[in-house]
Structure formats: C-alpha cells, structure tokens
Design a protein around this ligand. Structure first.
Ligand code: ADP
Length: 254
C-alpha cells in the first residue's frame, strides 16, 4: 500500500498509566509539500521574465546619458527594484529547496571556524567600513551541509550589520559549552522587544516594516536560518535587550 506518516505522542501519569496519541499526518505533509513545490515553481517561473526585463534595463542604463535627466531617477529605481525582486526570488527558491530536503542525513564535516573566517573576508570586501570580529575558541566542526550553514550564518551576520550602526562592531563567537557547540552573532544594534521574538522567524515577519524594507531585506532571512538549524538538529536562540543589542545563537548538539 501507500506510505503513511504517523505522529505519536505519549503522556505518562504517576500511577503508571499512559496515553498514546497517534495521528495520521500523511495528508498534512502532502499539502505542505504541494505548497513548497508551488512556491518553488512560481519563483522559478518569475525569474525568466525578470532576467529579460533586467537585460533591457541594462541596455537602457548603458545609454543613460543620452536621456533627458529626468529619466535618470526612474531608471535607477527600476534597477533597484529589479535587484530586490531578484533577491526575493533567490531567497524563496533557496527556502523551498532546503525545506523540501526531508531531514536527510548530513554527513559532510563542516569546519565552522574556517567558514566564519571566509565569511569575514567576503564581508571585508562588501562592507569595508564595518568591523566583524571573530572569537574562535574551538576548531571543532559539525556534521552538516556547507552551503546551508554558510547561508544561515551569513544571514545572521548580514542582519547584525544591517540593523546596527556603522560604528559598532559585530562579533562572531564559536565555542564549545558542555554538550553543545555554539555559534553566536552578537551586535550592538537596537535590540528586539520580547513580544516579537516568537514570530521573528516567520516568513516576511518584520518588527518595523518601514525600517526593514528600507534596508532592502527580503523578510526571509531568519526563516532560512530556522530551517537550516532544524535540518542540523540545532536550535536557534535569540537573546535581545532593547537598546543594547542582540545575540543570535545556533546551538549544535555534539
Ligand atoms: P529582513 O530581510 O527583514 O531582515 P529577516 O527574516 O532576516 O528579514 O529578519 C526579520 C526581522 O527581524 C527583521 O525585519 C528585523 O525587524 C528583525 N531583526 C533581525 N535581525 C535583527 C538584529 N540583528 N537586530 C534587530 N532586529 C533584527
């Protein structure tokens, strides 16, 4: 017959009795898969017209000095918005890809300290005005997927840079603590009020709509981080103090 997925939950009582709940979640998982496939397909389909659009726009921009100056601003805006749409589609595609990889075993050994060093060097080029400090207390790696971990960690660091003032450094700390390996990204930005924390990793959830869209984020960064964490059996912890800053920690079981 067809494969079915069951979810079980056991509640035990002091007198030794217990309750076993069994739920058939096959249909729910199918619907989830359909939703992911749909989002993935739509993102993929939208990229083709966008690429054509960008191509024509580049031609126009190249001829920019032959246009009346009042067209300069609209052209720049079109380019900016096309880039935003491209980022959004990239993030949507990436998210639907990592969501649909059913918790398959991660066997690659990822050198987190090395990954973070590489990321710091990339950021030295893209954000030369910012300080990204590293504290690497261990060289231990984790079993995982390099691309996924790179995207999660770079999302956290880019957020820290984006939401904190230019003159404040961002710290990346990699360490072993008891049974866990911890990667923290610490900033001295505005912090996040506690009431927002539970919803922060939802797709498109933003604390401050106007500020966030001005910074050009896609609203998908933390959703990506959460999924990467889950597929690595890691936990995402957020500690934040309004007015002081935030620390986002990925806690990997050892
Ligand atoms: P976005 O593209 O809007 O940055 P994210 O999913 O990465 O989307 O983040 C969701 C929201 O969480 C952001 O819009 C912002 O309000 C808040 N946020 C994320 N990281 C930080 C941070 N380091 N400091 C303050 N707020 C943050």
């Amino acid at each position: 017959g067809r494969q079915r997925y069951l979810q079980m939950e056991i509640t035990t009582f002091a007198d030794g009795d217990f309750l076993l709940f069994v739920r058939d979640v096959t249909r729910m998982l199918q619907l989830e898969q359909q939703r992911r496939d749909f989002v993935g397909n739509v993102s993929h389909e939208l990229r083709t017209p966008l690429t054509v659009f960008k191509g024509y726009l580049e031609t126009l921009m190249a001829a920019g000095d032959r246009f009346d100056p009042r067209f300069h601003k609209p052209l720049e805006q079109m380019e900016l918005q096309a880039r935003r749409m491209e980022n959004l589609l990239d993030d949507l595609l990436w998210l639907s890809r990592i969501e649909s990889v059913r918790s398959e075993k991660k066997t690659e050994r990822v050198d987190i300290a090395g990954l973070v060093e590489e990321l710091r060097d990339e950021l030295a080029h893209s954000h030369p005005e910012r300080v990204v400090a590293l504290r690497l207390d261990t060289r231990d790696g984790v079993a995982g997927d390099y691309r996924e971990l790179h995207s999660a960690i770079s999302n956290l660091v880019l957020n820290a840079l984006k939401y904190s003032p230019d003159d404040k450094p961002v710290l990346v700390h990699w360490r072993r603590e008891g049974e866990e390996l911890l990667l923290s990204v610490v900033d001295q930005g505005p912090g996040i009020e506690e009431q927002h924390l539970p919803r922060l990793t939802e797709r498109f959830y933003r604390v401050d709509e106007s500020r966030s869209s001005a910074t050009g984020g896609t609203g998908l960064g933390l959703a990506i981080v959460k999924h990467v964490a889950a597929s690595h059996r890691a936990e995402l912890r957020i500690d934040s103090e309004p007015g002081e800053g935030s620390a986002f920690t990925l806690a990997f079981p050892d």
